[in-house]
Design a protein around this ligand. Structure first.
Ligand SMILES: Nc1nc2c(ncn2[C@@H]2O[C@H](COP(=O)(O)OP(=O)(O)O)[C@@H](O)[C@H]2O)c(=O)[nH]1
Ligand SMILES: [Mg+2]
Length: 467
């Protein structure tokens, strides 16, 4: 199995590269150097099988002194690997060259070398000793230029690194996408014939795994959307009670429950993409930072009024009004909106309500039922899907080195709809209408999952939504 020791100066993004290439968000990355004191192994597993292993190491501390010792010891060029080995044997446990011993040991044991430098800082002679020592080990090696703050010195680095390494690549662990990651793996395969096959296999397995993740994410999202669009809250109140008194508390409860369902759906998606540490970071709770029930933000996610009118017209328009009239008793409009007077046409009205409070007739044993939901707003399934797709794309595209909070971009996200083909749109409109009307839910669940899998795969392909 291919193993790679990720080595270099402290604070050049070694741990970040390990996190990204092993898809492991538990790798320790910190603001200060010296976070990695001991080498740690991170296996990249697909279906429980280890595909390759990355070894995070502490940075070189005294490369020049180490090299000087080795130069004194060496007699012939072909002794060099032996001398590096002797160096580690000699100093290990002595309290000196602790970091050098720690990082050289896995290489002596057969690991390939990934040498990491920062392309935003100038090349300097002090690196030469590091590269020289690495060369002396005789192990296959490759250099990655990580442009931490900018790319100012990338070319300078490239020229220097090319003298020591057969393969040099620019690799930004924070922004790299799935395809660039697989490209790097294939490049590793060129380093040593024995690794070529296993790494090709690793790439195939990763692609297969990614497909499965998209599929699972689509299913998780659809499950959430179906639950949310079907959700209703009921409360029994005394016959003579004033429904209006219960309204605020029930409304809060109703919305909170829906928010919870959405959060749970997101958590599922995060876990599917192996970002399970994300939700425990509290700064992410404010994720996407736009409340589900801020109607004025719905344009970000769903259909705008023009689109909605078109959809409603196509779907036989005034269903909304009919439902409204049929409710009988008190029909309160909740969360009434922002944008002025509603046009009076069914779809307008529906566009600006979230849920209605309904009161059933008197119950046989006394009391009456106060009910909220389900949300019948025609835009609701689109909004849920829009938000979920946005979140899914951020998570699926998020390298595991990323530790920042997820940020909502203030661009209009509803263009995800516009990017869909006509047929795809039509199919979605039909499914969303079913959802709003609570029709054929089982069938909708299956069809919408397939639909969504295609959609997220296509959106990923266009590179939209990811930075
Ligand atoms: N902006 C940016 N920061 C990075 C990048 N790679 C690493 N960092 C930051 O640089 C610091 C050191 O990274 P780390 O991976 O721990 O470096 P190591 O000491 O070589 O293991 C951390 O604060 C990282 O967040 C990058 O590509 N872009
Ligand atoms: Mg580190």
């Amino acid at each position: 199995m291919p193993r790679f020791a990720v080595v270099g100066h402290p604070n050049r993004g070694k741990s970040s590269i390990v996190a990204t290439l092993s898809q492991d968000d538990s790798v320790a990355i910190a603001k200060f150097s010296g976070t990695t004191r001991h080498r740690l192994s991170f296996p990249m597993k697909v279906d429980g099988r280890v595909m390759y292993e990355l070894i995070d190491t502490p940075g070189f501390q005294r490369a020049r002194k180490a090299l000087a010792w080795m130069q004194d010891e060496v007699e012939k060029v072909h002794d060099r690997p032996e001398v590096v080995k002797r160096f580690v044997e000699h100093w290990q446990g002595s309290g000196k060259f602790v970091d050098e011993c720690e990082l050289l040991q896995p290489i002596i044991d057969g690991a390939g070398i990934i040498y990491v430098v920062d392309g935003s800082r100038p090349y300097g002679e002090e690196y030469e000793a590091e590269m020289e020592i690495l060369r002396w080990t005789g192990q296959p090696s490759m250099a990655l230029i990580n442009p931490i703050d900018n790319t100012e010195y990338v070319e300078e680095w490239r020229a220097a690194l090319n003298q020591y390494f057969k393969i040099t690549r620019v690799f930004n662990a924070m922004t790299v996408d799935f395809y660039k990651r697989t490209e790097i793996l294939n490049a590793f395969g060129q380093l040593q014939e024995a690794w070529r096959r296993p790494l090709e296999q690793a790439v195939n397995s990763l692609e297969e795994m990614r497909k499965q993740q998209h599929q699972q994410a689509a299913q998780a999202i659809v499950k959430m959307v179906v639950e949310m669009t079907a959700f209703a809250l009921e409360k029994k109140i005394p016959t003579d009670a004033d429904a209006g008194e219960y309204q605020p508390a029930m409304e809060t409860q109703f919305f909170n429950k829906l928010r919870k369902l959405e959060n749970r759906g997101r958590k599922n998606v995060q876990e599917i993409y192996q970002h399970s540490h994300l939700e425990s970071r509290e700064d992410v709770i404010e994720l996407l930072d736009s409340d589900l029930f801020k109607l004025k933000d719905w344009y970000l996610w769903g259909l705008d009024k023009k689109q909605l009118a078109a959809v409603s017209a196509a779907a036989g328009a005034t269903a909304g009004l009919v439902v409204d009239a049929a409710v009988g008793g008190a029909s309160l409009m909740l969360g009434a909106v922002t944008g002025g007077i509603l046009g009076g046409v069914g779809s307008w009205f529906m566009a600006d309500t979230i849920a209605r409070q309904k009161i059933s007739g008197i119950l046989p044993l006394g009391g009456k039922i106060l009910a909220f939901g389900p949300v019948s707003n025609r835009n609701f399934p689109y909004v849920l899907l829009g938000r979920a797709i946005y979140h899914q794309q951020m998570i699926a595209g998020r390298p595991h080195a990323q530790r920042d909070q997820l940020k909502l971009k203030s661009v209009n996200q509803s263009d995800w709809l516009e990017r869909l083909g006509r047929e795809q749109r039509k199919q979605l409109d039909k499914l969303c209408k079913n959802l709003s009307n609570q029709e054929k839910l089982e069938q909708v669940q299956g069809e919408l999952s397939d639909w969504l899998f295609q959609a997220v795969t296509a959106i990923e392909g266009t590179g939209a939504n990811t930075s």
